[in-house]
Design a protein around this ligand. Structure first.
Ligand code: ATP
Ligand code: LTN
Length: 333
């Protein structure tokens, strides 16, 4: 039996980018991969690498969990849980910090980017974040880790840390493989299509939230930035706006980008955008329906409780092994 691990940070509400790039991929994998146990978690410990409002964080944790289910994650097949409820993540995170070198952490491009945007009060955990991410993965002996391109470097580090630990203390961790979904490329901002669609962006017109009401969704698509030549052709370099909209259309339907270009060959941006608005609304409608059914239900808590118990079982066994190998504490001989 193989294991798959992945997580999403509950920072803000989830966007269409998260859905196409991550959530939907998990759902597809759950149906495709046989003989694989899934561990998917809400990465709340990762969220506090930057300041979070207490009430907002609480709300987002629950909301992200409900969205996973609403997007089609099957709790019968997947262990869904909240990272901070399984203490072992933080403990192994510390042990990974004691395996990694400061230089390695400082070289991570995501850290450099995020640090560059902030001048003061950069939390230590923003630097050590990849050690916690390594722990998230190694705790479960994950073979497969589905992630976006932006996480490639962190996965490479995880592999190095697993190998280093194994060399230092003897075979303990499985060295994981990344899994990079072929479709569902990066979805870009609707107001600046050279940047990724990001829930942390200040301009709310730049992203579509999975829980935006459908009229807002339509309006955002209609006001998405495009060029002025009115031909619907894919070209990331010369027509980033329209290319992004084509990408969204293709991701949510069975059409390829080529087929969509053909379909809209003799039309206009306005017609294309009106149709795309419906494509997106049709995709979001059932997700929102299911979300509102589950968000305040005991069913959601039952799912998260069950997920936590299963995760805890695997994680605590792994930590016993780790403590023993390193020589920590008195219990393990
Ligand atoms: P933050 O801005 O808080 O760092 P984020 O959306 O980049 O947020 P996560 O919420 O942890 O980070 O991302 C969850 C997953 O969604 C990752 O696998 C990431 O690659 C994917 N993802 C995020 N934004 C997009 C996007 N615009 N297009 C495709 N995939 C995305
Ligand atoms: N760092 C990831 C979220 C994340 C994750 C993980 C993904 C935290 N721990 C373990 C896969 C496996 C992000 O920012 N998207």
């Amino acid at each position: 039996m193989k294991r798959l691990v992945s997580g999403i940070k509950p920072t803000g509400q989830l966007t269409l980018g998260n859905y196409i790039g991550a959530l939907r991929q998990f759902v597809k994998l759950q149906d495709e991969l046989e003989d694989t146990e899934f561990f998917i978690f809400i990465a709340d410990l990762h969220a506090i690498t930057t300041p979070q409002d207490r009430q907002e964080l609480k709300k987002n944790i629950r909301s992200v969990a409900a969205l996973y289910i609403a997007c089609g994650l099957n709790p019968e097949k997947v262990n869904l849980f909240v990272q901070s409820e399984v203490d072992e993540h933080a403990v192994l995170g510390y042990i990974m910090e004691s395996t990694a070198y400061v230089g390695e952490m400082e070289r991570m491009t995501q850290y450099k980017d995020k640090k560059g945007k902030q001048t003061e009060g950069i939390r230590t955990s923003l630097l050590t974040y990849p050690a916690l991410m390594a722990a998230d993965i190694l705790l479960y002996d994950a073979n497969i880790v589905p992630i976006g391109d932006d996480q490639k470097q962190h996965l490479e580090l995880t592999r190095n840390l697993a190998e280093r630990f194994n060399n230092l203390y003897g075979d303990t961790f499985v060295v994981p493989e990344g899994f990079f979904p072929k479709t569902g490329a990066r979805i870009k901002s609707l107001t600046d299509p050279t940047k990724k669609m990001d829930k942390s962006n200040e301009n709310h017109k730049s992203y579509i939230l999975l829980l935006d009401d459908l009229q807002t969704v339509r309006n955002k698509i209609k006001s998405a930035v495009t060029d002025s030549d009115n031909t619907i052709k894919f070209s990331q370099s010369t027509k980033p706006g329209i290319s992004n909209l084509l990408q969204i259309y293709a991701s949510l339907t069975d059409y390829s980008i080529k087929e969509i270009e053909k379909k809209y060959e003799h039309t206009s941006y306005s017609i294309f955008k009106t149709d795309l608005a419906e494509v997106v609304a049709d995709a979001l409608r059932p997700i929102q329906q299911r979300y509102f059914e589950i968000i305040n239900s005991p069913e959601l808590d039952e799912i998260l409780d069950r997920g936590r118990e299963r995760a805890k079982l695997i994680a605590s066994r792994k930590m016993q092994k780790v403590f023993k190998k390193i020589g920590l504490g008195r219990v393990y001989k």
